[in-house]
Ligand binder design. Structure first.
Ligand code: ADP
Ligand code: F6P
Length: 330
């Protein structure tokens, strides 16, 4: 099939960590496909379902009443077999047998790396990607689907923790997700007035944190919130709390690990709209002959970002935000 061959049947899957808004994205893909008179197939459990041929036809009504639901109706997985040539060949054979000539993958950078691997071995299936991850670390898009919901979940939780922290005079170390990225930590930290925010992108100086807490203690302020991204190089909230307690035993400390609560829940308005716009754009891009590109949103405009670029680079933290956060915590 040449690059300009018409697309007749598309497949859609979700892969990697789930994110609120994935369902809204699936809905947008299917409804746009229907409006273009395409056939559509839902592929269950991400790349695992591609290899095991977990396919089901989808129609406009298949995606009714899902725009407000977290998780993914197509389920997701992490699939080591897809990293092997045998796995890629099985997946390709299943796609060919089913007559699928266009694929929409919704996930993070790992998912796009998988799509690239499939393309390199079997270039005749056109693939587009939608950025679905709460981490917001994908290069080429201002926001990823799920991030807005996740930070709002964190803000709601931390506001509640602050109530009890203030009542008891306790210092809380709240760990948020972000194995490699500090977007959730930085922005939720600013929004909740955190006393400090520890992220993997900047070196965490424990001595500076101790000095600040000593200063607060002298002023009889012993409560507060320290947001710690799980990927911080010091080793997460439990470790940081231990280090602080050792140097400042007078502090009453607690650790809260928010964990997977951040990945669930009904998507925010922003995530629903983002997912819908990118899902629509993804199908249109396939029809225009695009291949191996991620749909991104930059300055409120849809952009097409080659998978190569999206996977080789990381979205950078805006350093000025770190400064803002520091000033607010003085
Ligand atoms: P995310 O998409 O959220 O970053 P992962 O990193 O777990 O999640 O990637 C999702 C899946 O993509 C992996 O389980 C694997 O099946 C596939 N994948 C990731 N990297 C590659 C690769 N280099 N080659 C083939 N498949 C890959
Ligand atoms: O979805 C991304 C992410 O939330 C990371 O921030 C986190 O480290 C990871 O997923 C954990 O996912 P799992 O528990 O599924 O391995």
């Amino acid at each position: 099939m040449s690059e300009t061959s018409p697309i007749r049947k598309i497949g859609v899957l979700t892969s990697g960590g789930d994110a609120p808004g994935m369902n809204a994205a699936i809905r947008a893909v299917i409804r746009t496909a229907m409006s273009e008179k395409l056939l559509a197939v839902g592929i269950y459990h991400g790349y695992k379902g591609l290899i095991n041929k977990e396919f089901a036809p989808m129609f406009g009504y298949s995606v009714a009443d899902i725009i407000h639901r977290g998780g993914t109706i197509l389920k997701t997985s992490r699939c080591p077999e897809f990293k092997t040539n045998e796995g890629l060949d099985k997946a390709y054979q299943n796609l060919s047998d089913e007559g699928i000539d266009g694929l929409v993958v919704i996930g993070g950078d790992g998912t796009f790396r998988g799509a690239l691997a499939l393309h390199k071995r079997h270039p005749d299936i056109r693939i587009v990607g939608l950025p679905g991850t709460i981490d917001n670390d994908l290069f080429g898009t201002d926001f990823t689907i799920g991030y807005d919901t996740a930070i709002n979940t964190v803000v709601q939780a931390v506001d509640k923790i602050r109530d009890t922290a203030g009542s008891h005079g306790t210092l809380f170390f709240v760990e948020v997700m972000g194995r490699d990225a500090g977007f959730i930590a930085l922005n939720s930290g600013i929004a909740t007035g955190a006393e400090d925010i520890l992220i993997p992108e900047t070196e965490t100086k424990i001595d500076s944190l101790i000095a600040k807490l000593e200063y607060d203690q002298r002023k009889h302020k012993t409560w507060g919130i320290i947001i710690v991204a799980e990927g911080d190089e010091l080793g997460g909230a439990t470790k940081v709390a231990e280090m602080v307690k050792e140097k400042l035993p007078g502090y009453e400390t607690r650790v809260t690990i928010l964990g997977h609560v951040q990945r669930g829940g009904s998507p925010s308005c922003n995530d629903r709209v983002l997912a819908t716009r990118l899902g629509y754009a993804g199908v249109k891009a396939l029809l225009e002959g695009e291949d191996c590109v991620m749909m991104g949103m930059m300055n409120d405009k849809v952009v097409h970002v080659p998978f190569e670029k999206a996977t080789k680079n990381h979205q950078q933290i805006d350093k000025s935000l770190i400064e803002v956060a520091k000033i607010m915590a003085l």
